[in-house]
Design a protein around this ligand. Structure first.
Ligand code: PAF
Length: 275
């Protein structure tokens, strides 16, 4: 990759990185569309990063479909695919890590304590290897996008971060490589995540401000109706990622949730306008 990068223009042509873990779906391909709108050359990384998986998580069974990913990516206009091996990314005695404090330990970080350290480390390495001008991430992983922006700002990476909207299935379920783990019954029930977010959206649009009450209703919808096991339903100020219990004087709040259906853990979020 470094050799290829040496050949690419340093000035003029904008190079965009789309970091992925493969198992590509329409959500990833929409990141490629965004990359192509903003840049001249698109590099996609496909790497199932071991350091962002905790013990007992799905690293071993995470879908690895490099051949079909490469076909889909190049059909969509990706110029280069970087798919390194673990031994290249983490040679023996790899001891350096990148960590964004505070915001990495709430929400997803409470349930996956080492997750964001693994994400920021691999993304920093990818930025150093590919040296992109721009990188595109999905809003589906809203906390990850916030943390990466913070890393870029605090560590002076010269990379513009673009966050692309969530792509949803017909019934509203956010596209995710982990959706393939769901049984048909779980898949049907998982649509409740979107309906609960839409419920929160209409509650705030109608003038409700008490987020505790809205969360209680969402919890009832999810746990009561679908049997989903809730890790969290939470609201944050999108500017700071601080948790909020009352929409008060904010213009927008970001609702986030993580719910388990059987063995599958799904996350979703929605930006909500406050009336
Ligand atoms: O969002 C993902 O797929 C991963 O967290 C990322 C950004 C590719 C880092 O491994």
């Amino acid at each position: 990759m470094r050799e290829v990068r040496e050949e690419l223009p340093r000035n003029g042509a904008r190079i965009c990185l789309v970091p992925t873990m493969g198992a590509l779906h329409q959500g990833h391909l929409s990141l490629v569309d965004m990359a192509k709108r903003t840049s001249d050359l698109v590099v996609m990384s496909i790497y199932v990063n071991p350091t962002q998986f905790g013990r007992g998580e799905d690293f071993g069974k995470y879908p690895r479909t490099l051949e079909s990913d490469a076909r889909l990516a190049s059909e969509r206009g990706v110029d280069f695919i970087f798919a390194p091996a673990d031994t290249e990314m983490y040679p023996e005695e790899h001891l350096a890590f990148v960590e964004v404090e505070k915001v990495s330990s709430i929400l997803e970080g409470e349930f996956r304590p080492t997750h964001f350290k693994g994400v920021t480390t691999v993304v920093a390495k990818l930025f150093n290897i590919v040296e992109p001008h721009v990188a595109v991430f999905g809003q589906k992983d809203a906390q990850q996008a916030f943390i990466i922006k913070k890393m870029v700002r605090d560590l002076n990476f010269d990379v513009e971060i673009i966050v692309a909207p969530i792509v949803r299935e017909k019934d509203g379920l956010a596209m995710s490589s982990r959706n393939v783990y769901l049984s048909p019954e779980e898949r049907e029930k998982a649509a409740v995540l979107y309906s609960s977010l839409k419920y929160a959206e209409s509650s705030l649009a109608s003038g409700k401000k008490n987020l505790r009450d809205i969360r209680a209703e969402m919890t009832e919808m999810i746990a009561g109706g679908s049997g989903g096991k809730i890790d969290y339903v939470s609201f944050v100020n999108p500017a700071s990622f601080e948790k909020v219990e009352d929409a008060g004087s904010l213009d927008e709040v970001l609702a986030l949730l993580a719910v388990r259906f059987g063995q599958t853990r799904l996350i979703d979020n929605m930006m909500l306008k406050v009336k």
